[in-house]
Each structure stands twice: as structure tokens, then as C-alpha cells.
Ligand binder design. Structure first.
Ligand code: FAD
Length: 398
């Protein structure tokens, strides 16, 4: 019997493996991973590990300790180069071919870059190696760090750098941080939070390119022709789903791997985590979610879907959940709001830096975000899991 092949040994892939075993699958499973060892847990890489308050070895994925028990043939430093969905055959970079009985696509996403020449001092942040390289540059004590992109990763890196006592400029092309995913009023709160901690936040500015001397970055050139001098630049302008190896495979690709509501892409092929775009029946829309807990939950759903074989499988209906730590503020969010949703503030205020904001679209609540309000977000998530109706959330938070 051919093995089930899991591509990617991070949250989504290992969670799928766990679900296969939990679901009683006793056959062979091969896990293929491009990295040379178990990828570390990523959230601490922009927070405690970067700050130096957590040992890198402690940033372990939840299933790290259980890996042996899951009885998989795990192959590190193994890159899948191409795939044919018609006969479930994978080709590896080392020339080997592998016949699969089923495939879990869990290859995540890779950071977008600014392009241009390779300059020392310019960083992205995805892996432990990225984190340690950035940390080494921060340890030198640069006069200024410029963070390009005020999404969650950029904002966390800016906060960590400030806590290390460094001068930081945070650049964002949109009129507010997180403008792709949150209404402007909430993004403006994030900008104010960073300004209150001494970050030079510049919004609505385009980056024209990087300036370097002797192979090392010396500044960031803005669209208006001015340059900000910087010895370290962190590029946090989002990620692209890692689907290059699936080009021409017969697996449908759009914003990632296009799956149905059960996480199935084509017969025998499921996808999970940052790489997967699926129809979330709870929200009635297609989405691709780049969040820690989501990758685990969807990995499990994808594993179960493979076990369902030719049957219809179970829809993966979820209320995504996310957190972000910036300074002493803990952001938590349940749901999937859009920038165009109305934002209603409950329980506190932006001025207090402690509040709950619920997002409204017509008669629906699309999400609830709390800053230092964990109980309200947990309760809201449970309510949203029952229904996305606005009234129950309003009643809960009023
Ligand atoms: C710095 C950082 C901080 C974060 N903080 C938070 C947070 O606070 N809260 C939160 O909810 N989420 C956070 N996230 C997001 C969360 O970590 C991701 O959503 C999660 O890691 C996605 O898991 P995944 O398994 O889908 O993909 P990944 O973790 O990207 O893993 C994919 C794996 O596939 C491997 N791979 C790729 N291509 C191939 C190939 N062709 N062949 C073989 N292997 C391949 C890669 O090497 C990689 O190990 C953070 C992410 C980062 C980078």
C-alpha cells in the first residue's frame, strides 16, 4: 500500500498526521519537510525569542514531543519540486519519485520581499534562522531599525525592537496599520499605541527601494524621494502561499490551494494552514487564514477528510482565532472581519488602551477583537460559533 504523504512538517502538516493516527489510520505516512529539522513554533519568533527572553529551543511546536509516537517516516531537508494530481506522484528535488495514496498539502507561506539587490541588514521573519539573524543584527545596536509594513508581524517586531531600546521607524503604505483586514479606526489605535511607545510611525508612505553601501543596507528610500537612514531593515509586507511546486500539477490554485468546504482540493489531495483557501460554510465565504490555531484545526480537518475517502467528508466550519502581543497589550480576535465593516467599541476605549471592538456587516457580526480583554473575546467566540447574528454579540458585550 502506498503511503499518505504530508508535505510540510509545521502546524498544519503535523496536525493532519495526528488526525490520521487518531482516526485509526495504521498505514504508512511519509512527511516531507524542506527545513533541516523540525520547524520551530513561529509566534515567539517576533516576540520572546527575538527579545531574548525565551530560549530558541523552547519555541517548539505543540506536537514536537509526540512526533515519534505518530510513527511517520519524516524526511528533513527534502523539498518537493513537483506533483501530478492525476496519479498522486511527487517528485523530490533529490530526483526521487514517490507514489502516494493521499497527499496533505501543508507548505505554508513565504514572506514577500522588496526585491532589488541582496543587502546585509535586510531581514524577513518566518523561521528560527531568520529570527536569529535579525537578533544578531539588533545586538550590534543599530542607530535605527526601519520596519516596512505595519501588519501584525511588522507591528510585533517594531514593539520588540522598542523594548530592546532601539530607535524604530514603522512604515506603512496604507492610511492605517492592518488596513487590509481591519477598519481604519482600529488601525489608527495601533498606530497611536506605537507612537506612545516612541516609534516613528509613518502612514501612507510608499517605499521606493533600499539604499546600500558595500553590500550592506544604509537606508530606505521613500516614494517622495527622501531617505531614512537605517542599519537594519525588517520587511513585513505579507506572505505568499507556497504553491510553486504545485504549478501544472492539476491542483487548483488561486489565493493558495483552492479547496472545497471539506478542505479537499482534488480527489486524494487535501490542504491546510496558511497555504489553503477553502470555503468556510460558517461565514459563507472563501478564505485563507494565516493564524496559528487555525493551522492546527484545519490540519486536523484535512487529515479526517483524507480518511473519509470517497465519502462526502465533513465541512470545516470555523471561527478563526488569533492573538498578537505588542508591548504589554494582548490583542485577541475571533472571526474574520473586513476593513469595510463597521467597528463598534464596547467595554473600554481606545484612550484606555483596553477595549472590545465588534465588527458589524449588516445584521451579522464578522468578528470581535479585544485588547487586554480576554474573557470577552473568548465568550464572543463561543457565541459566534453558534451564530454570526449581530444581536447576541451586542447583548453579550453591552
Ligand atoms: C514570526 C511569526 C509570528 C507569528 N505570530 C502569530 C501569532 O502571534 N498568532 C497567530 O495566530 N499566528 C501567528 N503566526 C502565524 C502562524 O505561525 C502560521 O499561521 C502557522 O505557522 C502556519 O502553519 P502552516 O503549517 O500552515 O505553515 P508553515 O508554518 O509555514 O509551515 C510550512 C512548512 O512547509 C515547508 N515547505 C514549504 N514548501 C515545501 C516544499 N516544496 N517541500 C517540502 N516542504 C516545504 C516549510 O519549510 C515549512 O516548514 C506567526 C507567524 C510568524 C512567521
Amino acid at each position: 500500500m502506498d503511503p499518505i504523504v504530508v508535505v510540510g512538517a509545521s502546524l498544519g502538516g503535523l496536525s493532519a498526521l495526528d488526525a490520521l493516527r487518531t482516526g485509526g489510520y495504521d498505514g504508512d505516512v511519509v512527511v516531507l519537510e524542506a527545513a533541516s529539522g523540525l520547524p520551530s513554533d513561529r509566534p515567539p519568533l517576533s516576540k520572546q525569542v527575538l527579545a531574548g527572553t525565551m530560549d530558541p529551543d523552547a519555541a517548539r511546536q505543540p506536537l514536537a514531543a509526540k512526533l515519534e509516537e505518530l510513527r511517520a517516516d519524516v524526511r528533513w531537508s527534502t523539498v518537493v519540486e513537483s506533483f501530478a494530481a492525476s496519479d498522486l506522484r511527487l517528485r523530490l528535488r533529490n530526483g526521487e519519485e514517490l507514489q502516494a495514496a493521499g497527499v496533505v498539502v501543508a507548505t505554508g507561506a513565504a514572506p514577500r520581499t522588496l526585491g532589488g539587490p541582496n543587502l546585509a541588514g535586510v531581514h524577513v521573519l518566518r523561521t528560527l534562522e531568520d529570527c536569529l539573524a535579525l537578533r544578531a543584527d539588533l545586538d550590534v545596536g543599530p542607530d535605527r531599525v526601519v520596519v516596512v509594513g505595519a501588519g501584525f508581524i511588522g507591528a510585533e517586531v517594531a514593539a520588540t525592537c522598542r523594548e530592546l531600546g532601539l530607535s524604530v521607524t514603522l512604515l506603512e503604505g496604507a492610511p492605517a496599520p492592518m488596513a487590509r483586514v481591519l477598519p481604519e479606526s482600529v488601525g489608527s489605535f495601533v498606530a497611536d499605541l506605537h507612537r506612545a511607545h516612541g516609534v516613528d510611525v509613518r502612514l501612507g508612505v510608499g517605499v521606493d527601494g533600499l539604499v546600500g553601501a558595500d553590500g550592506r543596507v544604509s537606508g530606505v528610500r521613500l516614494g517622495d524621494g527622501t531617505t531614512i537612514a537605517a542599519q537594519v531593515v525588517v520587511v513585513g509586507i505579507g506572505v505568499a502561499p507556497s504553491t510553486g511546486w504545485l504549478a501544472g500539477s492539476g491542483v487548483p490554485l488561486g489565493n493558495g490551494v483552492t479547496c472545497d468546504e471539506t478542505c479537499l482540493a482534488v480527489p486524494g489531495v487535501v490542504a491546510a494552514g496558511d497555504v489553503a483557501e477553502w470555503f468556510n460554510p460558517h461565514f459563507g465565504e472563501r478564505m485563507r487564514v494565516e493564524q496559528w490555531e487555525h493551522a492546527i484545526e484545519q490540519g486536523a480537518a484535512a487529515g479526517r477528510r483524507l480518511l473519509a475517502g470517497d465519502g462526502p467528508g465533513e465541512p470545516f466550519a470555523s471561527v478563526p482565532w488569533f492573538w498578537s502581543d505588542q508591548y504589554d497589550r494582548k490583542f485577541q480576535m475571533a472571526g474574520r472581519p473586513a476593513a469595510t465593516d463597521e467597528a463598534h467599541v464596547f467595554e473600554g476605549s481606545f484612550e484606555e488602551q483596553r477595549f472590545v471592538v465588534a465588527f458589524r456587516r449588516g445584521d451579522r457580526c464578522t468578528g470581535v477583537l479585544g485588547v487586554n480583554r480576554p474573557r470577552h473575546v473568548v465568550q464572543s467566540r463561543m457565541r459566534l460559533a453558534e451564530s454570526l447574528a449581530w444581536e447576541p454579540i451586542e447583548a453579550l458585550l453591552s
